[in-house]
Ligand binder design. Sequence first.
Ligand SMILES: *Cc1c(COP(=O)(O)O)cnc(C)c1O
Length: 368
Amino acid sequence: MDVDLEKIRHNTRTLVDRLKARGIQVTAVTKAVCGHPAIAQAMRDGGAMGLAEARLSNVKRLRRAGILCPITLIRTPMLSQVDDVVQACEASYNTEASVIAALAAASRRRNTVHGIFLMVEMGDQREGIRAQDVGNMARRVEAMPGVALKGIGANFACLGGIAPKAAKMQALSRLASEVEQQSGTVLQTVSGGNSANLPWALGAQATHRINDLRLGEALMLGVDPITGAQIDGLYQDAFTLVAEVIETDVKPVRLCAGRADHPLARLRPARDPSETTRLLLAIGHQDTNAAGLKMPAGQTLIGATSDHLVIGTHDPTLGVGSEMRFNITYGALMRAMAAPDIQINPHKTRLGLTASDAHDRGKHPALV
Ligand SMILES: *Cc1c(COP(=O)(O)O)cnc(C)c1O
Protein backbone atom coordinates (compact mmCIF):
# COMPACT_ATOMS: atom_id res chain seq x y z
CA MET A 1 0.00 0.00 0.00
CA ASP A 2 1.51 3.27 -1.15
CA VAL A 3 0.34 6.11 1.08
CA ASP A 4 0.93 9.67 -0.04
CA LEU A 5 1.04 11.58 3.23
CA GLU A 6 1.23 14.91 1.45
CA LYS A 7 -2.12 14.27 -0.25
CA ILE A 8 -3.71 13.34 3.07
CA ARG A 9 -2.29 16.51 4.64
CA HIS A 10 -3.64 18.55 1.71
CA ASN A 11 -7.11 16.95 1.95
CA THR A 12 -7.21 17.65 5.67
CA ARG A 13 -6.00 21.24 5.32
CA THR A 14 -8.57 21.93 2.60
CA LEU A 15 -11.50 20.65 4.66
CA VAL A 16 -10.21 22.24 7.88
CA ASP A 17 -10.13 25.63 6.12
CA ARG A 18 -13.55 25.23 4.50
CA LEU A 19 -15.17 24.11 7.74
CA LYS A 20 -13.43 26.77 9.82
CA ALA A 21 -15.33 29.35 7.80
CA ARG A 22 -18.50 27.61 9.04
CA GLY A 23 -17.38 27.53 12.68
CA ILE A 24 -16.61 23.80 12.67
CA GLN A 25 -13.39 22.07 13.74
CA VAL A 26 -12.15 18.72 12.37
CA THR A 27 -11.43 15.72 14.56
CA ALA A 28 -9.54 13.20 12.39
CA VAL A 29 -10.67 9.57 12.58
CA THR A 30 -7.89 7.04 12.07
CA LYS A 31 -9.78 3.75 12.47
CA ALA A 32 -9.70 2.83 8.75
CA VAL A 33 -5.89 2.91 8.86
CA CYS A 34 -5.68 1.12 12.24
CA GLY A 35 -4.24 4.20 13.90
CA HIS A 36 -1.23 4.36 11.59
CA PRO A 37 0.96 7.00 13.28
CA ALA A 38 2.41 8.65 10.14
CA ILE A 39 -1.06 9.00 8.61
CA ALA A 40 -2.42 10.40 11.87
CA GLN A 41 0.46 12.88 11.92
CA ALA A 42 -0.32 13.97 8.33
CA MET A 43 -3.89 14.74 9.45
CA ARG A 44 -2.56 16.69 12.43
CA ASP A 45 -0.20 18.58 10.11
CA GLY A 46 -3.27 19.42 8.02
CA GLY A 47 -4.86 21.16 11.00
CA ALA A 48 -7.05 18.48 12.61
CA MET A 49 -7.76 19.53 16.21
CA GLY A 50 -7.40 16.04 17.63
CA LEU A 51 -7.67 12.38 16.75
CA ALA A 52 -10.46 9.88 17.21
CA GLU A 53 -10.32 6.10 17.19
CA ALA A 54 -12.80 3.26 17.50
CA ARG A 55 -10.37 0.72 19.00
CA LEU A 56 -8.19 0.99 22.07
CA SER A 57 -5.48 -1.14 20.39
CA ASN A 58 -5.14 1.55 17.71
CA VAL A 59 -4.98 4.30 20.34
CA LYS A 60 -2.15 2.43 22.04
CA ARG A 61 -0.32 2.20 18.71
CA LEU A 62 -0.59 5.99 18.32
CA ARG A 63 0.67 6.56 21.87
CA ARG A 64 3.58 4.11 21.42
CA ALA A 65 4.62 6.16 18.38
CA GLY A 66 4.81 9.25 20.58
CA ILE A 67 1.60 11.00 19.48
CA LEU A 68 0.61 13.25 22.38
CA CYS A 69 -2.44 15.15 21.07
CA PRO A 70 -5.92 14.53 22.51
CA ILE A 71 -7.38 11.21 21.36
CA THR A 72 -11.08 10.45 21.76
CA LEU A 73 -12.49 6.93 21.69
CA ILE A 74 -15.54 7.12 19.41
CA ARG A 75 -16.81 3.61 20.03
CA THR A 76 -18.31 3.38 23.49
CA PRO A 77 -15.65 1.79 25.74
CA MET A 78 -15.79 -1.87 26.71
CA LEU A 79 -16.45 -2.24 30.42
CA SER A 80 -13.44 -4.57 30.55
CA GLN A 81 -11.10 -1.87 29.18
CA VAL A 82 -11.96 1.23 31.24
CA ASP A 83 -8.60 1.37 33.04
CA ASP A 84 -6.65 1.47 29.77
CA VAL A 85 -9.18 3.86 28.23
CA VAL A 86 -8.66 6.53 30.88
CA GLN A 87 -4.92 6.05 30.62
CA ALA A 88 -4.70 6.34 26.82
CA CYS A 89 -7.60 8.64 25.89
CA GLU A 90 -8.55 12.14 27.05
CA ALA A 91 -12.20 11.45 26.35
CA SER A 92 -14.66 8.91 25.00
CA TYR A 93 -18.12 8.78 23.44
CA ASN A 94 -20.57 7.05 25.75
CA THR A 95 -24.09 5.68 25.81
CA GLU A 96 -24.18 3.54 28.98
CA ALA A 97 -24.37 4.86 32.55
CA SER A 98 -22.59 1.77 33.92
CA VAL A 99 -19.62 2.34 31.61
CA ILE A 100 -19.42 6.03 32.53
CA ALA A 101 -19.47 5.10 36.23
CA ALA A 102 -16.62 2.61 35.67
CA LEU A 103 -14.63 5.23 33.71
CA ALA A 104 -15.14 7.67 36.60
CA ALA A 105 -13.91 5.13 39.14
CA ALA A 106 -10.89 4.29 36.97
CA SER A 107 -10.01 8.01 36.60
CA ARG A 108 -10.28 8.57 40.34
CA ARG A 109 -7.85 5.68 40.90
CA ARG A 110 -5.42 7.40 38.53
CA ASN A 111 -6.15 10.85 39.90
CA THR A 112 -7.24 12.19 36.53
CA VAL A 113 -10.45 13.38 34.94
CA HIS A 114 -11.78 11.65 31.84
CA GLY A 115 -13.86 13.61 29.32
CA ILE A 116 -17.32 12.30 28.43
CA PHE A 117 -19.21 12.91 25.21
CA LEU A 118 -22.77 11.66 25.16
CA MET A 119 -23.72 10.05 21.85
CA VAL A 120 -27.30 10.76 20.84
CA GLU A 121 -29.27 8.39 18.61
CA MET A 122 -30.90 10.46 15.87
CA GLY A 123 -32.01 7.91 13.32
CA ASP A 124 -29.01 5.81 12.21
CA GLN A 125 -30.11 3.14 14.71
CA ARG A 126 -26.57 2.18 15.66
CA GLU A 127 -25.30 3.63 18.94
CA GLY A 128 -26.77 6.39 21.05
CA ILE A 129 -28.95 7.60 23.91
CA ARG A 130 -32.51 8.64 23.08
CA ALA A 131 -32.74 12.42 22.80
CA GLN A 132 -35.26 12.65 25.66
CA ASP A 133 -32.83 10.85 28.01
CA VAL A 134 -29.71 12.93 27.31
CA GLY A 135 -30.45 15.70 29.84
CA ASN A 136 -30.87 13.16 32.61
CA MET A 137 -27.67 11.36 31.69
CA ALA A 138 -25.81 14.69 31.53
CA ARG A 139 -26.91 15.47 35.09
CA ARG A 140 -25.64 12.09 36.26
CA VAL A 141 -22.27 12.67 34.56
CA GLU A 142 -22.01 16.09 36.18
CA ALA A 143 -22.56 14.55 39.60
CA MET A 144 -19.77 11.98 39.15
CA PRO A 145 -16.25 12.89 40.29
CA GLY A 146 -13.60 11.57 37.87
CA VAL A 147 -15.44 12.47 34.70
CA ALA A 148 -16.31 15.78 33.04
CA LEU A 149 -19.03 16.34 30.46
CA LYS A 150 -17.37 17.72 27.31
CA GLY A 151 -20.16 17.64 24.81
CA ILE A 152 -22.71 15.70 22.85
CA GLY A 153 -22.58 14.18 19.39
CA ALA A 154 -24.54 12.22 16.86
CA ASN A 155 -23.61 9.79 14.11
CA PHE A 156 -25.34 9.30 10.79
CA ALA A 157 -25.22 7.10 7.71
CA CYS A 158 -23.13 4.31 9.21
CA LEU A 159 -25.76 1.61 9.63
CA GLY A 160 -28.70 3.31 7.95
CA GLY A 161 -26.91 4.98 5.03
CA ILE A 162 -29.06 8.10 5.17
CA ALA A 163 -27.36 11.51 4.99
CA PRO A 164 -28.22 13.93 7.78
CA LYS A 165 -30.39 16.85 6.77
CA ALA A 166 -30.52 20.40 8.12
CA ALA A 167 -33.56 19.63 10.31
CA LYS A 168 -31.63 16.88 12.14
CA MET A 169 -28.68 19.17 12.69
CA GLN A 170 -30.95 21.88 14.02
CA ALA A 171 -32.55 19.37 16.40
CA LEU A 172 -29.09 18.42 17.68
CA SER A 173 -28.26 22.11 18.22
CA ARG A 174 -31.49 22.62 20.13
CA LEU A 175 -30.79 19.53 22.22
CA ALA A 176 -27.36 20.94 23.13
CA SER A 177 -28.96 24.07 24.57
CA GLU A 178 -31.61 22.03 26.44
CA VAL A 179 -28.95 19.77 27.95
CA GLU A 180 -27.03 22.84 29.10
CA GLN A 181 -30.12 24.17 30.84
CA GLN A 182 -30.89 20.82 32.45
CA SER A 183 -27.36 20.06 33.61
CA GLY A 184 -26.07 23.56 34.25
CA THR A 185 -22.86 22.97 32.28
CA VAL A 186 -21.61 24.52 29.09
CA LEU A 187 -21.08 21.95 26.35
CA GLN A 188 -17.75 22.73 24.73
CA THR A 189 -18.30 20.50 21.75
CA VAL A 190 -21.34 19.59 19.68
CA SER A 191 -20.14 17.01 17.18
CA GLY A 192 -22.47 16.73 14.21
CA GLY A 193 -21.26 13.48 12.69
CA ASN A 194 -18.87 12.02 10.11
CA SER A 195 -17.90 12.53 6.45
CA ALA A 196 -21.55 12.05 5.45
CA ASN A 197 -22.26 15.44 7.11
CA LEU A 198 -20.06 17.39 4.70
CA PRO A 199 -22.74 18.26 2.12
CA TRP A 200 -24.75 19.80 4.98
CA ALA A 201 -21.75 21.39 6.69
CA LEU A 202 -20.49 23.05 3.52
CA GLY A 203 -23.97 23.98 2.34
CA ALA A 204 -25.98 27.14 2.81
CA GLN A 205 -27.83 26.39 6.06
CA ALA A 206 -26.74 27.81 9.42
CA THR A 207 -24.53 25.48 11.47
CA HIS A 208 -25.94 26.76 14.81
CA ARG A 209 -24.29 24.93 17.74
CA ILE A 210 -22.50 22.27 15.66
CA ASN A 211 -18.78 23.01 16.03
CA ASP A 212 -17.09 19.67 15.32
CA LEU A 213 -17.11 16.89 12.73
CA ARG A 214 -15.33 13.55 13.04
CA LEU A 215 -13.85 12.88 9.61
CA GLY A 216 -12.09 9.80 8.27
CA GLU A 217 -13.09 8.79 4.76
CA ALA A 218 -13.24 12.31 3.32
CA LEU A 219 -9.69 13.11 4.51
CA MET A 220 -8.25 9.87 3.21
CA LEU A 221 -10.16 9.23 -0.01
CA GLY A 222 -11.59 12.66 -0.87
CA VAL A 223 -15.10 11.33 -1.47
CA ASP A 224 -18.61 11.61 -0.07
CA PRO A 225 -19.24 8.23 1.59
CA ILE A 226 -22.90 8.07 0.60
CA THR A 227 -22.77 9.03 -3.06
CA GLY A 228 -19.10 8.22 -3.73
CA ALA A 229 -18.88 11.66 -5.39
CA GLN A 230 -15.45 13.29 -5.45
CA ILE A 231 -15.07 16.30 -3.17
CA ASP A 232 -13.85 19.33 -5.10
CA GLY A 233 -10.16 20.09 -4.66
CA LEU A 234 -9.34 16.87 -2.79
CA TYR A 235 -7.15 13.95 -3.88
CA GLN A 236 -8.88 10.61 -4.37
CA ASP A 237 -5.60 8.73 -4.84
CA ALA A 238 -3.69 9.18 -1.58
CA PHE A 239 -3.79 5.40 -1.21
CA THR A 240 -2.67 3.02 -3.96
CA LEU A 241 -2.72 -0.72 -3.58
CA VAL A 242 0.11 -2.37 -5.53
CA ALA A 243 -0.05 -6.07 -6.42
CA GLU A 244 2.39 -8.29 -8.29
CA VAL A 245 1.60 -10.42 -11.31
CA ILE A 246 2.52 -14.07 -10.68
CA GLU A 247 1.13 -15.73 -13.81
CA THR A 248 0.01 -14.61 -17.25
CA ASP A 249 -1.79 -16.78 -19.71
CA VAL A 250 -3.90 -16.45 -22.79
CA LYS A 251 -6.71 -18.68 -21.69
CA PRO A 252 -10.29 -18.66 -22.74
CA VAL A 253 -12.41 -17.49 -19.84
CA ARG A 254 -14.98 -20.13 -19.20
CA LEU A 255 -17.73 -20.10 -16.65
CA CYS A 256 -17.83 -23.28 -14.66
CA ALA A 257 -21.24 -24.73 -14.48
CA GLY A 258 -22.62 -26.92 -11.75
CA ARG A 259 -21.79 -25.32 -8.41
CA ALA A 260 -23.63 -22.10 -7.78
CA ASP A 261 -21.71 -21.43 -4.57
CA HIS A 262 -18.28 -21.82 -6.21
CA PRO A 263 -16.36 -18.52 -6.42
CA LEU A 264 -15.83 -18.97 -10.17
CA ALA A 265 -19.57 -19.05 -10.68
CA ARG A 266 -19.46 -15.30 -10.06
CA LEU A 267 -17.14 -14.80 -13.03
CA ARG A 268 -17.70 -11.70 -15.04
CA PRO A 269 -16.21 -12.65 -18.42
CA ALA A 270 -14.24 -10.00 -20.29
CA ARG A 271 -15.76 -8.63 -23.44
CA ASP A 272 -13.81 -10.88 -25.81
CA PRO A 273 -12.95 -13.92 -23.72
CA SER A 274 -11.04 -15.85 -26.36
CA GLU A 275 -8.44 -13.10 -26.80
CA THR A 276 -8.09 -11.91 -23.25
CA THR A 277 -4.83 -12.34 -21.43
CA ARG A 278 -5.54 -13.56 -17.96
CA LEU A 279 -3.38 -12.20 -15.18
CA LEU A 280 -3.00 -13.81 -11.80
CA LEU A 281 -2.06 -11.41 -8.98
CA ALA A 282 -0.74 -12.32 -5.55
CA ILE A 283 -3.50 -10.65 -3.57
CA GLY A 284 -6.92 -11.89 -2.47
CA HIS A 285 -9.84 -11.70 -0.09
CA GLN A 286 -7.49 -12.21 2.86
CA ASP A 287 -5.77 -8.91 1.95
CA THR A 288 -8.58 -6.65 0.86
CA ASN A 289 -12.10 -6.35 -0.51
CA ALA A 290 -11.50 -7.28 -4.15
CA ALA A 291 -14.73 -5.60 -5.28
CA GLY A 292 -13.38 -2.33 -3.86
CA LEU A 293 -10.39 -2.19 -6.22
CA LYS A 294 -10.92 0.27 -9.04
CA MET A 295 -9.85 -1.43 -12.26
CA PRO A 296 -7.57 0.64 -14.49
CA ALA A 297 -8.89 1.26 -18.02
CA GLY A 298 -8.60 -1.85 -20.16
CA GLN A 299 -8.58 -4.30 -17.24
CA THR A 300 -11.51 -6.37 -16.03
CA LEU A 301 -11.87 -8.02 -12.66
CA ILE A 302 -12.67 -11.66 -13.39
CA GLY A 303 -12.73 -12.87 -9.81
CA ALA A 304 -10.92 -13.32 -6.55
CA THR A 305 -10.22 -16.08 -4.06
CA SER A 306 -8.59 -15.90 -0.65
CA ASP A 307 -5.07 -15.44 -2.08
CA HIS A 308 -5.50 -14.67 -5.79
CA LEU A 309 -6.96 -12.00 -7.98
CA VAL A 310 -7.77 -12.88 -11.60
CA ILE A 311 -7.84 -10.03 -14.07
CA GLY A 312 -8.51 -9.94 -17.80
CA THR A 313 -6.39 -7.54 -19.85
CA HIS A 314 -5.41 -6.67 -23.40
CA ASP A 315 -2.17 -5.05 -22.20
CA PRO A 316 0.68 -7.28 -23.40
CA THR A 317 3.33 -5.45 -21.33
CA LEU A 318 2.09 -6.83 -18.02
CA GLY A 319 4.38 -9.82 -17.52
CA VAL A 320 5.23 -11.93 -14.50
CA GLY A 321 6.86 -9.74 -11.87
CA SER A 322 5.24 -6.52 -13.04
CA GLU A 323 3.13 -4.45 -10.69
CA MET A 324 -0.46 -3.35 -11.05
CA ARG A 325 -1.66 -0.29 -9.12
CA PHE A 326 -5.22 0.22 -7.93
CA ASN A 327 -7.13 3.07 -6.42
CA ILE A 328 -9.44 1.74 -3.74
CA THR A 329 -12.70 2.28 -1.89
CA TYR A 330 -13.06 2.69 1.88
CA GLY A 331 -13.96 -0.98 2.39
CA ALA A 332 -10.91 -2.17 0.48
CA LEU A 333 -8.68 0.35 2.29
CA MET A 334 -9.90 -0.71 5.73
CA ARG A 335 -9.31 -4.40 5.05
CA ALA A 336 -5.90 -3.85 3.45
CA MET A 337 -4.62 -1.66 6.27
CA ALA A 338 -5.44 -4.43 8.75
CA ALA A 339 -4.02 -7.29 6.67
CA PRO A 340 -0.71 -8.71 7.91
CA ASP A 341 0.77 -9.28 4.43
CA ILE A 342 0.16 -5.78 3.10
CA GLN A 343 3.29 -3.70 3.51
CA ILE A 344 2.45 -0.07 4.20
CA ASN A 345 4.74 2.43 2.43
CA PRO A 346 4.03 5.98 3.56
CA HIS A 347 5.87 8.63 1.57
CA LYS A 348 5.71 12.32 0.82
CA THR A 349 5.60 13.55 -2.75
CA ARG A 350 5.86 17.20 -3.55
CA LEU A 351 2.40 18.08 -4.86
CA GLY A 352 2.27 19.38 -8.39
CA LEU A 353 4.50 16.60 -9.73
CA THR A 354 3.09 14.54 -12.54
CA ALA A 355 1.74 11.12 -11.72
CA SER A 356 4.78 9.37 -13.25
CA ASP A 357 7.25 11.55 -11.32
CA ALA A 358 5.37 10.70 -8.20
CA HIS A 359 5.54 7.01 -9.09
CA ASP A 360 9.34 7.14 -9.56
CA ARG A 361 9.81 8.89 -6.25
CA GLY A 362 7.58 6.32 -4.64
CA LYS A 363 9.90 3.48 -5.64
CA HIS A 364 12.18 4.07 -2.67
CA PRO A 365 9.73 4.76 0.09
CA ALA A 366 10.74 4.97 3.69
CA LEU A 367 9.37 1.96 5.50
CA VAL A 368 7.62 2.54 8.79
C1 LIG B 1 -16.18 5.85 11.70
C2 LIG B 1 -16.79 6.91 12.48
C3 LIG B 1 -16.58 8.25 12.10
C4 LIG B 1 -15.82 8.64 10.84
O1 LIG B 1 -16.55 8.25 9.70
P1 LIG B 1 -16.06 8.63 8.22
O2 LIG B 1 -17.20 8.22 7.35
O3 LIG B 1 -14.83 7.84 7.97
O4 LIG B 1 -15.81 10.09 8.20
C5 LIG B 1 -17.11 9.23 12.92
N1 LIG B 1 -17.81 8.92 14.04
C6 LIG B 1 -18.02 7.65 14.43
C7 LIG B 1 -18.78 7.39 15.67
C8 LIG B 1 -17.52 6.60 13.66
O5 LIG B 1 -17.74 5.35 14.05
